[in-house]
Design a protein around this ligand. Structure first.
Ligand code: TRP
Ligand code: ZN
Length: 888
């Protein structure tokens, strides 16, 4: 293979920030090391619901700047006293966002006493109460809600924590590190003292106090150290902890085997809480988890829940090295730990289960969510250049695109050199707070591969568009394939440069055999580094069918004018299973776009026979993994489909998508029924890969049957519920009843409610089904459900299940042309704004990605965003998103 043509790029190195500079915006370019460093921090907590006292004693040294004042961040604090070297100190001013201290010695002990009200804290940031327990969430900037501090990730200090609380109500008092002391106090109180030997930034601090059941176990590391493992859950939940513990032990083994990374402390604790804004938090030695990612047994959790638990337990455990031992210099570097740790958890899940199924799930997140974010008002590179509210940058871009960037490095270097790069990164930076540049430098130095161009992925936002054309010369038997990358301007950046895009490619001949591309290899990773590039393959007998971006080798959109026959060829013969799935997706999207155009031109929908034949071959295959077959029948979401159009036609996309699904259901009805019966399991429930695949395909078939034969589906649903020995099958039946609006739907939903109303986590599945019902009365239904006995407006999981599912997964009704969906969401955001701004700012997403909608909807949305912007005390979280949306 040789490279014959290239068009030189006139790179414009300047990348202006197009948004009018906002005073509240912080910039990566403004990073400055701190004038003061903190050696150690000694914390003492006296826990009370409404007036907890925190004494923070800090050893501080000034390293630069003569007599420069010390600014400490603080938020929502009541200051009780300040001592410097044990004497009362008054030379300070309370300022916006913190406190300034003047005329300090070079080296001193600062003692600050603050008072907190954990019970009133419904933002779940800082110290708060989750049910009966006290717990903390400090990432990103929550520690400043506990005490005045240099709350920035490059300040690493040794922490000790003493906690005192009522002994009966709070028998477990936990913090980071090792327990060094404990004892009884007066008034029925007791205390425990913890010391964490590893210096850490404040965002990794954690404290938990409560009354729990504890599952204890242990793990022997490869160097022979025994680590105590303790999993704390609310009383009565011990029967739902086995899978989380198993996942933890598997994570520890996997990180030793694949990354040669061993755990460091003598104890690893996980606490599950019901009130939590995110999935989980990697606090050193004391992870705090949303109970959704811990609690599972066959009755209460689906296969997807089991897989989610494994992934999140792994993710937080892997942070111990990628995040904790080596942390971020500043928050702009968040992807340093998150992109890398997501990559590691994805690899863990892939090694534990099916690699193809995992890859498909990862790519769906990119296509259904990340592409839209990158095209919307919040577009940002994986390493943002400017931020108003840091909590707004825990995004699918930083996490999932960040992981794709690490995966591209892995593709370019190969596993061996990548691991050498990891080893060098750890060797160089253990105990430090570093940057994405440091990570890439380690990869460069270990591999000898020049990554200068590749680094643009860190600073450039937007999804590249790659257009591919090819030509076969019958005289010379040479095949030329030309790639053109287009990087369109985004909300945050006008000027774009070509990126280094790895294209994993395979060429199939007419028999479906992969062509030898040299040295006996049938696949190759091409490096597309210019705007336009042509690659030539010689000695081919005929024009091949190119299999492009195998395994989604780069986070791009790509177009090649595949004929239906060529897509069928790929579905049948691509050696990469992911690419077979992808060919099915391309085929679906092609006819989705065609049918939208037909509808817009006033014509009837239509599908060629080959379309149905292609999917029939998949459905009846006895070669393909049942899980892959099921995935082949899950198509781009309505939200994701918006990315396929320049101008989005909500009604046409909805109708065309339903038409194709209905055609598949009707024309393959007997095949779906056969598949349903072939994939029934009779043995006891086990969440193992093979069984998960069987259940997935059977439930997928049931959902299609519900579209074509409601009488049969009704029977099958009732039978499946009565026989189900697990939640996956119970919920699969409910899903079919819900989407097919079967006769039994209301009754089976009511039965489920009666059975599970006391279990909020299980009821989230029910709330999500209710919220995704395709019905004219959906908004009235949701208003009624706010008063349901299992609903709690202050619980983020409940809100996401009911409101989040409606606005994201019921997008046809969310985008109702009367604007009712927009008014509804805005009402909720106004209600949430002061209580829990983080959760509000996450729910707003579908309301700000409106650019390609029709003028009428855009106007309706802007009216709502303007209404939101006008409220008193709009949080910075919402302010940032609303202003960026209105300016886009
Ligand atoms: N670092 C956490 C993770 O990825 C994310 C997280 C948990 C978080 N809680 C948060 C981020 C609160 C911001 C705010 O595992
Ligand atoms: Zn993380």
């Amino acid at each position: 293979m040789t490279q014959v043509s290239s068009i030189e790029e006139n790179a414009d190195e300047s990348n202006h920030n197009d948004i009018t500079k906002n005073p509240q915006e912080k910039h990566l370019a403004d990073y400055k090391p701190s004038d003061y460093l903190i050696e150690s921090l000694d914390l003492v907590f006296d826990l009370f619901d409404e007036n907890t006292i925190v004494k923070a004693t800090t050893q501080i040294n000034r390293v630069t700047g003569d007599n420069t004042p010390l600014f400490l961040f603080g938020d929502n604090l009541v200051l009780r006293s300040i001592l410097v070297n044990d004497s009362a100190f008054t030379d300070y001013t309370l300022v916006e966002g913190g406190i300034e201290l003047f005329n300090l010695p070079t080296s001193f002990v600062l003692s600050i006493e603050t008072e907190l009200n954990p019970l009133a804290n419904k933002a779940f940031e800082g110290l708060y109460k989750s049910g009966e327990a006290f717990c903390t969430q400090c990432e990103a900037e929550g520690f400043r809600r506990i005490t005045y501090y240099l709350d920035r990730p490059d300040i690493l200090a040794k922490f000790s924590t003493t906690i005192s609380a009522d002994k009966t109500l709070y028998p477990s008092l936990l913090s980071n590190g090792n327990r060094v002391d404990q004892g009884d106090l007066a008034d029925g109180r007791h205390f425990v003292k913890w010391i964490d030997p590893f210096p850490k930034p404040a965002y990794l601090f954690a404290l938990v106090a409560g009354q729990f059941d504890c599952l204890a176990d242990s793990f022997v590391t490869k160097s022979g150290r025994t680590v105590a493992l303790e999993l704390f859950v609310d009383k009565g939940n011990l029967d739902k902890t086995a899978h989380a513990m198993l996942s933890l032990k598997n994570s520890m083994t996997w990180d030793e085997e694949r990354f040669n990374l061993e755990y460091d402390l003598d104890i690893y604790m996980i606490v599950a809480v019901d009130f939590f804004n995110m999935g989980a938090m990697e606090n050193k030695g004391l992870n705090v988890f949303n109970s959704k990612f811990v609690l599972a047994n066959s009755q209460s959790a689906t296969d997807q829940d089991y897989l989610g638990i494994e992934a999140v337990i792994g993710h937080e455990y892997f942070h111990n090295w990628t995040g904790n031992r080596i942390t971020c210099r500043d928050w702009f570097q968040l992807s340093l730990k998150e992109g890398l740790t997501v990559f590691r958890d994805q690899e863990f899940s892939s090694d534990m289960g099916s690699r193809t199924v995992n890859r498909i799930a990862n790519v769906k997140i990119m296509r259904n969510h990340q592409f839209a974010e990158d095209a919307g008002p919040m577009s940002h590179p994986i390493r943002p250049a400017s931020v108003m509210e840091m909590n707004n940058f825990y995004t699918v871009t930083v996490y999932d695109k960040g992981s794709e960037v690490i995966r591209m490095l892995h593709t370019l270097l190969g596993e061996q050199k990548f691991q050498q790069g990891m080893a060098l990164y750890v060797e160089r930076h253990d105990g430090q707070a570093v940057t994405c540049d440091d990570f890439v430098a380690a990869m460069t130095d270990a591999s000898g591969i020049d990554l200068t161009l590749f680094k643009r992925w860190y600073s450039q936002s937007g999804t590249p568009n790659v257009n591919i054309t090819d030509h076969f010369d019958t005289n010379t038997n040479s095949y030329q394939i030309t790639f053109k990358q287009k990087n369109l301007p985004t909300a945050d950046q006008k000027h774009k440069q070509p990126l280094h895009i790895p294209v994993d490619i395979e060429l199939l001949d007419s028999e479906g055999n992969a062509v030898d591309l040299g040295h006996g290899k049938t696949s190759k990773v091409l490096s597309l580094t210019q705007k336009e590039q042509t690659f030539v393959f010689d000695n081919l007998k005929q024009k091949p069918v190119p299999c492009l971006f195998r395994g989604f080798s780069a986070p791009v959109k790509y177009q090649y004018a595949y004929s239906d026959e060529q897509l069928l060829h790929l579905i049948s013969y691509a050696s990469d299973e992911f690419s077979r799935w992808d060919a099915g997706q391309i085929l679906f999207n092609k006819y989705l776009v065609k049918n939208v155009q037909l509808q817009q031109a006033g014509n009837a929908f239509s599908l060629p026979t080959l379309f149905i034949e292609a999917f029939k071959a998949v459905l009846t295959s006895d070669q393909l993994d049942p899980a892959l077959i099921a995935d082949m029948f899950e198509f781009i979401s309505e939200n994701g489909a918006m990315e396929l159009f320049e101008a989005v036609d909500i009604e046409a996309i909805h109708a065309a998508r339903l038409f194709i699904l209905q055609q598949l259901a009707e024309q393959l009805q007997s095949e779906f029924v056969a598949v349903y019966h072939q994939h029934q399991l009779t043995a006891d429930y086990q969440p193992k890969t093979e069984d998960i695949a069987q259940r997935k395909l059977a439930n997928c078939a049931l959902s299609y049957i519900a579209k074509s034969d409601s009488k049969l589906a009704n029977e099958l649903v009732l039978k499946q519920i009565s026989r189900a020995n697990n939640m996956t099958d119970h919920l699969g039946a409910l899903l079919a009843a819900n989407t097919g609006k079967l006769a039994c739907r209301d009754a089976v939903m009511a039965d489920f409610d009666d059975k599970w109303f006391e279990n909020g986590l299980v009821m989230d599945k029910w709330f999500a089904l209710q919220a995704s019902l395709s019905s004219e009365t959906i908004l009235a239904n949701i208003e009624t459900l706010f008063n349901h006995r299992s609903f709690d407006y202050s619980n983020p999981n409940r809100l996401r299940a009911l409101v989040g599912t409606f606005v994201n997964a019921n997008s046809y009704y969310f985008h109702a042309i009367d604007g009712s969906g927009y008014v509804f969401l805005t009402d909720q955001l106004i209600k949430l704004n002061s209580q829990n701004p983080q959760v509000a700012a996450r729910l707003i997403t579908p309301l700000i990605q409106f650019k390609r909608l029709d003028a009428k909807r855009v106007a309706l949305i802007k009216t709502q965003l303007t209404r939101l912007l006008a409220i008193d005390n709009l949080s910075l979280d919402l302010f940032e998103k609303v202003t960026k949306a209105l300016a886009h």
